[in-house]
Design a protein around this ligand. Structure first.
Ligand code: GLU
Length: 276
């Protein structure tokens, strides 16, 4: 009898502990994003106008933000239950692997090297590497015009920086910063001659400095933007692919681009096919 009583007491302690831990934890920390999470932490950029931007009032704006919200809605999560976390280029794989974000929508190109660590859904957009220079610059007309006395800024852990190292490292001095907004400040102050990353990102900065900065407009790569998530979450990837396909199909994708990217003058591209 005594034994039974203590067994019941033990059982109730175990049950209570389980309930408490389930309350504090989000479901998505379980196995899959497809398993009805009740809240989400989503990685975005904080400094890329038109794409992922933290406004002075603490709100978040941009095409990536709208894609992130659409996916959350399809996963059953209300907008108020999303926490946005800054995900700089070099930190993205790490943030996903450590579980510090549930997924990332941050101008994140799908590459085989990154796929060794994370999975991608998408693509949801295709951009092209380009160059941003001062409007008065007539010497830089494309990557082939870069010379050894020029300083070119890009961001650590990004595909554009890698491309410069692989293909143009002899032609130019690459400076790797932590964010593109730091590169743009360096360009405005004259510390560097050009900034390189995806055209859609550069268009946002050029629009912030009309008359001072221009995008060259000779794309020299294809950057397929994916939504990064845990490598093992196959069900979550399928669910995010379905959300992206729905967003493209129901007109929300185009509307989000017109609203966020349209004002920079960037030409809205054709709808991508979701192939991941
Ligand atoms: N899309 C490129 C990349 O994923 C450049 C933009 C970025 O760094 O976010 O590396």
């Amino acid at each position: 009898m005594k034994l039974r009583k203590s067994a019941i007491a033990l059982l109730s302690v175990v049950l209570l502990a389980q309930t408490l831990s389930a309350c504090g934890k989000k479901d998505s920390k379980g196995n899959s994003l497809a398993d009805k999470p009740n809240k989400l932490t989503v990685g975005i950029k904080f400094d890329q106008p038109g794409l992922g931007l933290k406004a002075p009032d603490g709100t978040f704006k941009g095409f990536d933000v709208d894609v992130a919200k659409y996916i959350a809605k399809e996963l059953g999560v209300k907008e108020g239950d999303i926490t946005f976390k800054e995900s700089k280029s070099a930190e993205r794989e790490n943030l996903i692997e450590k579980g510090e974000v549930d997924y990332i929508v941050a101008t994140y190109s799908i590459t085989d090297v990154r796929k060794e660590k994370v999975a991608f859904a998408g693509p949801y957009f295709v951009a092209h590497q380009d160059l941003l220079v001062k409007s008065s610059n007539t010497k830089i007309t494309g990557p082939e015009s870069l010379t050894g006395n020029m300083k070119l800024c890009s961001v650590k852990g990004s595909t554009p920086a890698q491309k410069i190292k692989d293909k143009y490292s002899k032609a130019v001095q690459l400076q790797e910063y932590g964010t593109y907004s730091d590169c743009v400040d360096a360009l405005l102050s004259g510390a560097v001659d050009a900034v390189t990353t995806d055209d859609v990102i550069l268009a946002g900065y050029a629009a912030q400095h009309p008359g001072d900065l221009k995008v060259i407009g000779k794309g020299f790569s294809d950057e397929h933007y994916g939504v990064g998530l845990k490598k093992t979450d196959t069900k979550g990837k399928t669910a995010i692919n379905a959300a992206i396909t729905k967003m493209i199909g129901d007109g929300s994708w185009e509307a989000a681009l017109q609203k966020n990217v349209g004002p920079s003058g960037y030409k809205i591209p054709a709808k991508p096919a979701v192939t991941e």
